[in-house]
Ligand binder design. Structure first.
Ligand code: SF4
Length: 359
């Protein structure tokens, strides 16, 4: 069900969202500076708390994340303050940005083993570079078209996992909808990575890589250890080989099954692969967080391996996998968009109004 608001967000709820965005932004800033000045704390806060929570949040409430993501709020500041250029991206350009975002994701994630997981300053540097790109492209192009729904390397994951929402939320960024991106991932019911891919080859490649390849990519990624003190650069080939070879295998499997299926059953296959990807992630990630990981100490938040029974990881693995299978495949919850689409801007609205800070 596509939902569109009849009127713009009232000032009181808007104020609450601005407070929430500011608070999350301050937490983001604190993590960023911890990565530089207190790397041990920063690494735990970023890689072992924030990032492990993110996929589950995308599964149950991706709209909430879209409303409060600190990078989104920062990048959209120029638009909120009324000095962004608001250029329109062509559909083809949007598709290219989406393909680049998938490539960025596949390039950056293996480097976690090489350097980012163990080096706070390097993590801060890559976040800083991404933030500068986000600020620049959002200054140039309309609303979320260039970053949040374009280049952001997290966006392909949001689109893969975000099918059903626990609650229906307003769009806390766009005052009016100016149709900056088509289809708008925030406002389109049951958006998924191959949605409307007749709109271009780049979108099709990006969507297929994510759906078919991501389960294998995650599996392969967890079978590589973290390296310390620049040792990782000597193992760069195997660090990329594991996730990429596993990715090719699941991608091949996806393409073969997809070819054999009739079109109307394709969405079931896509759901199965998305469920497999997030289940594999938590299958390995949760045990690692509490000291039961494949490589002792890697990605560990707290070591409970001596105090918890040996079957704890299996319990976590089975319960999270069952939950995702239920939520993503069997739960009959009505599909809605991630957030409510704001009212469309009136065609004859003068341009200075479009740039008005309150929009
Ligand atoms: S709601 Fe409209 S203005 Fe906002 S991101 Fe979606 S298409 Fe763009």
């Amino acid at each position: 069900m596509n939902i569109q608001a009849k009127s713009i967000l009232a000032s009181r709820p808007k104020m609450y969202w601005r407070i929430a965005q500011t608070l999350v932004g301050l937490i983001g800033l604190a993590i960023f500076f911890s990565l530089i000045f207190f790397p041990k704390i920063g690494i735990h806060a970023f890689w072992n708390v924030l990032i492990p929570v993110a996929p589950a949040l995308f599964v149950v409430a991706v709209g909430l994340w879209r409303n409060i993501c600190p990078l989104a709020s920062t990048s959209l500041l120029s638009r909120h303050l009324g000095f962004a250029k608001n250029k329109k991206l062509k559909t083809k350009q949007q598709g290219r940005l989406q393909l680049i975002s998938v490539i960025l994701l596949l390039l950056i994630v293996p480097l976690r083993h090489t350097i980012f997981n163990t080096n706070g300053q390097a993590t801060a540097l890559v976040i800083g570079i991404l933030a500068l790109i986000a600020i620049y492209v959002s200054f140039q192009y309309n609303w979320k078209s260039a970053w949040c729904s374009g280049l952001c390397p997290i966006h392909p994951v949001e689109k893969l996992y975000g099918k059903k929402s626990l609650f229906v939320l307003p769009n806390a960024h766009c005052k009016y909808c100016v149709k900056c991106v088509n289809p708008c991932p925030d406002s389109t019911t049951s958006i998924y990575p191959l949605y409307k891919t007749r709109k271009g080859l780049s979108r099709k490649i990006a969507g297929t890589l994510m759906i078919g390849g991501f389960p294998g990519f995650i599996w392969g990624w967890f079978h590589v250890q973290d390296y310390y003190n620049n040792e990782g650069w000597n193992h760069l080939i195997s660090t990329y080989a594991y996730p990429l070879i596993a990715m090719i295998i699941t991608l091949g499997l996806f393409l073969v099954i997809k070819k054999a299926l009739v079109k109307k059953h394709e969405i079931i296959l896509i759901n199965l692969f998305a469920t497999a990807a997030v289940s594999i992630y938590y299958w390995y990630r949760l045990p690692a967080l509490i000291g039961f990981g494949l490589f002792k100490g890697d990605g560990m938040l707290v070591d409970l391996s001596q105090s918890l029974p040996n079957w704890t990881p299996v319990l976590l693995q089975i319960s999270t996998t069952l939950f995702f299978i239920w939520w993503m495949i069997f739960n009959k919850k009505e599909m809605t968009s991630w957030v409510i689409r704001p009212p469309y801007i009136k065609q004859n609205k003068p341009i200075h109004n479009i740039n008005n800070p309150i929009i």
